[in-house]
Design a protein around this ligand. Structure first.
Ligand code: ZN
Length: 195
């Protein structure tokens, strides 16, 4: 019995790891992951992966979700992700305005922090895409662009769409291999998707 096979059995007996390495991974990528961690893997009683190498706290996850700090949307965003089968499969970055916090000149001090965190999640979690969830009635959009840019639903849509497209442009420059989903959420949780 080789090490990889032993490790696979360990994975299947461990709920936490089984979630992170679910069947959406191809057999090849699962094999690569097993080879990367080699034989130095230990499991703690709470199901955490611990190794003596740089792969500690790493794994294979689906996405980073970028959303706004607005309290009204935390539960909505989580429920939306759960409805797509994404529970436990994404890292999260929450910043005022979501994509607006990452691209608007008014918030330029924040931009580097986001990109560095995304870089960390790419490295640690092997994410495949960024799911961006802007939302309607966003206070950060008003701060960044002024009341006139969110004066009615049509104008508000254009304002968010522009920020989302700018986000996609910058993402493609920095991480050309990452996918992206660009969303605008309403107060009732409804989603408009731009990409
Ligand atoms: Zn907001």
């Amino acid at each position: 019995m080789n090490k990889a096979f032993t490790f696979t059995q360990n994975i299947q007996s461990n709920r936490y790891i089984a979630t992170c390495c679910d069947t959406s991974l191809s057999a090849q990528s699962r094999r690569s992951f097993l080879q990367a961690v080699g034989g130095s893997v230990l499991f703690t009683s709470v199901g955490m992966l611990a190794t003596g190498s740089a792969v500690a706290a790493s794994g294979n996850y689906e996405a980073m979700v970028l959303s706004c700090i607005d309290p009204r949307f935390q539960d909505l965003v989580n429920k939306q992700q759960a409805s797509e089968g994404m529970s436990g499969k994404y890292s999260a970055f929450t910043i005022a305005g979501a994509s607006i916090g990452v691209v608007a000149p008014a918030f330029k001090e924040w931009h580097k922090t986001f990109w560095e965190n995304l870089g960390a999640s790419v490295q640690l979690h092997n994410i495949k895409k960024v799911v961006v969830v802007n939302h309607r009635d966003c206070g950060a959009a008003k701060i960044a662009y002024g009341d006139a840019k969110v004066a009615n639903a049509a104008v508000e849509t254009v304002t968010h769409k522009e920020a989302l497209m700018e986000f996609r442009k910058q993402l493609k420059e920095k991480h050309p291999n990452l996918g992206v989903e660009l969303r605008l959420m309403s107060l009732d949780g409804k989603i408009e998707q731009f990409a």
